[in-house]
Design a protein around this ligand. Structure first.
Ligand SMILES: Nc1nc2c(ncn2[C@@H]2O[C@H](COP(=O)(O)OP(=O)(O)OP(=O)(O)O)[C@@H](O)[C@H]2O)c(=O)[nH]1
Ligand SMILES: [Mg+2]
Ligand SMILES: [Zn+2]
Length: 310
């Protein structure tokens, strides 16, 4: 039997079979992505083959089909292991808020770079537009301009008032979409607005200020009435740039990628080299200061260049 993994709670996986049934499955044997050390062998979004056990509603996963892509996070701060958040994703929605809480461009760029690396198209959704004061409106305008110029689609949403929820729902049709973003930005609230019968747990405004409080505690995939699948994730702080090379980072900034071939040196790091097209663009303002600084931060990340392959 074939199916797709829609939920994982550690040792049990919920698989939706091709005939539309939901089966709780365990795994048998060892599953590994070539060399990548992960804490979860089977991930949400995996296409799997399974057999029924003697009871009709319990199964055993025996094979995972090759993953088209996957997105990982570090499993803990010190660990060299990674945790696969989801696989076989068609697109990602990065949910950000400029108020309550304010998402930093550092977080945004880290996620965008990760999505670029796995060739996952990413739309930026600005939620909680209803809360904006004048300062937030200004910041919003500048942020949208910046990311649109780079080529990212941006949407303005309020899950509170329902603004553009129909547009978001439309974008989800027939696709598998990962929702990412800090805790408290409204990921689960947006999903509920699109499909109220899912009735996902959402946080109170005060609870996410407490450190370590996540309303959503593990990722889960939901099927929408319009044929799409949506993956709700807990607010994730550290997306994995795990199998990443330093040289690769600039390529994952589309505006840098577009001009890198004009640098004098083919292995230019765009930090100190003479005749660097990126530094030139930074000077004349066509590459933004915040994007460049985030490039440096990622470039200097200790986890880069260390390939965690066996
Ligand atoms: N004012 C306003 N509040 C919102 C909006 N969207 C969500 N909220 C509130 O923000 C809080 C957090 O929303 P959640 O949907 O739980 O956030 P989350 O991103 O799922 O958080 P985690 O599950 O912890 O990752 C809740 O109190 C929501 O009611 C919005 O558009 N406007
Ligand atoms: Mg949530
Ligand atoms: Zn350069």
């Amino acid at each position: 039997m074939k199916g797709i993994v829609i939920k994982s709670t550690g040792s049990w996986y919920t698989v939706k079979s091709e005939s539309g049934q939901y089966i709780d499955c365990k795994i048998k044997g060892q599953f590994r992505i070539k060399g990548l050390r992960t804490t979860n062998p089977v991930a949400i979004g995996d296409h799997v083959e399974f057999d029924y056990l003697d009871q009709e509603d319990v199964g055993v996963i025996r094979k995972i089909e090759d993953r088209q892509n996957y997105i990982v996070r570090k499993s803990t701060k010190l660990s060299k292991q990674s945790h696969i958040i989801a696989s076989n994703i068609d697109q990602a929605f990065l949910i950000v808020t400029l108020m309550e809480p304010r998402t930093s461009t550092g977080f945004m760029d880290r996620f965008l770079v990760t999505a670029e690396a796995y060739h996952i198209p990413c739309t930026i959704i600005f939620n909680k537009i209803d809360l904006y004061n004048d300062e937030a409106k200004e910041l919003h305008k500048a942020t949208v301009e910046l990311y649109q110029k780079i080529g990212y689609k941006c949407l303005e949403v309020s899950a509170e008032t329902g603004l553009n929820i129909d547009v978001v729902a439309n974008e989800l049709k027939g696709k598998k979409t990962l929702l990412a973003g800090h805790s408290g930005v409204g990921k689960s609230t947006i999903i509920n607005k699109i499909q109220p019968d899912l009735d996902l747990k959402t946080g109170s405004i005060s609870s996410y200020h407490k450190k370590g409080t996540h309303t959503t505690t593990f990722a889960e995939m939901f099927e929408l009435d319009n044929g799409g699948f949506i993956i709700d994730t807990p607010g994730i702080k550290e997306f994995g740039l795990i199998d990443f090379d330093k040289q690769e980072v600039a390529e994952r900034f589309p505006e840098m990628r577009a001009m890198m071939h004009d640098c004098k040196y083919h292995n230019c790091t765009h930090i100190h080299e003479p005749d660097c097209a990126v530094l030139q663009a930074l000077e004349d303002g066509s590459i933004s200061r915040s994007r460049y600084e985030n490039y440096l931060n990622i470039f200097n990340d200790d986890n880069l260049n260390q390939k965690h392959f066996n």
